[in-house]
Design a protein around this ligand. Sequence first.
Ligand code: BES
Ligand code: MN
Ligand code: ZN
Length: 506
Amino acid sequence: MTSIALSSARPTKISADAVVVGVTAADGGPRLLDGTASVDKALHGSLANTLRDLGATGKADEVTKVPMTGNTKAAIVVAVGLGKLAEHGTTAYREALRRAAGSAARALAGTRAAVFALPVSEPDDAAAITEGVLLGSYAFGQYKTGNGKPPLERATLVASRADGRRSTAALRRAEVLAEAVNQARHWVNTPPRDMTPAAFAAAAQQHARGLGMDVTVLDEAALRKGGYGGIVGVGQGSANPPRLVRLAYRPFRAKRHVALVGKGITFDSGGLSLKTADGMTTMKCDMGGAAAVVAAVVAVARLQPRVAVTAYAPMAENMPSGSAQRPSDVLTIRGGKTVEVLNTDAEGRLVLADAIARAGEDEPDLIVDIATLTGACRIALGTRTAGIMANDDRLRDQVHRAAERAGEPMWPLPLSPELREKLDSPVADIANVGAKWGGALSAGLFLAEFVADGIGWAHIDIAGPAFNEDSPFGYTPKGGTGAGVRTLVQIVEDVADGTLSAMPRP
Ligand code: BES
Ligand code: MN
Ligand code: ZN
């Protein structure tokens, strides 16, 4: 990963190949941000005009490279746009810094060392820039034989007012978070033949090891024995048998306990309710929720907040075969409820039902599940925004605020009660598909049935943002995005400090 250092030296005096400066979109054209004075001076005050002549506007994600001529160490200036800048200190302001740092870092692939002279007036600003640089530098090159541009090697952040301990903690948190997001991206990007349930479980176990977590992996035989009919049913069509991973982080003197549950379908062909060829091209991303919870609990174990966290990752491959479950089969979920499978492509809710029911047995205060659950959520909110549902409106709003602070777009969706009866089955307790419209909500209502009484529960549908099929933007690459990781860690931290309080029990 790219290495990050802080310096209070002038950007022009730091040895590097490039220096990054920020530009906003003002009424009269691009305007230089604070921190650019010495760079501009080295160019005899011409930088703003040069940028305008080159057509720069300062809009978000815009990157303009300008050769350095004066007395500076770096050979080029990389001017990055931040758009119309929000007020300093707001979440939108920090997200603008994060995005700009990410765009610049992407444009600097193939470069050894860069100075980031973006404005830092408090530790959170430096943290946002650090996250942006580390996330923007991510590349998935493992399966390429050619040698593409290596990511930026070293970044030095100019932070004249960075005060000691607070900065160190903020920067370390930023690094831990970025590593976790990049890890989740890596797991999502890894082809499904190499990311089978067994391989994914082994990777999760390996990452949890050494962090003092309690690790349990149930294999197919243990899942059958334990009554996990959903995970077994979805996994039975595949040559790669299913797993359930449980990772428990138990700090000293925790008052609260949060369970994180992530959908881990290593490939979703739809099963016998087979998807179209087009519909399954991105379905290696269907374990994005599990990747997020495993990466998040690893980050939590490194940051050590005083909240107990248990992560559950039900893993299965959804394939059609002679042994696959059929539409109209009835499964018994952990805890005894029965489900009529009307569509084998609505498999995520089946594995999540088992895992949510199991999570409830630990009696946590809060269960947060995260899943690439429905195409309907993508249709509703687009490919950048996740949907949030919850069994309590205040809880849903507090999760939403955590996401906002983490810099992840999410939006509340209702659990419309009238849709519940459409899930009624003539043969089982519930069916796995319901009304034609509002598919994201029906899926949420289905999951709600498996949440034990008296536990706060929130559901995050990341079918939109988990996988980026478009061009990279800001700090988001093509492919796996690591969606949800930062929000999950923020939720745990918010529970630790009481910001997130909407849970039934004290
Ligand atoms: N994994 C898909 C949802 C999905 C679609 C995620 C597109 C990311 C991008 C999920 O298992 C699925 O197939 N859902 C069905 C449910 C339907 C059969 C009720 C869907 O959304 O079509
Ligand atoms: Mn499916
Ligand atoms: Zn799926």
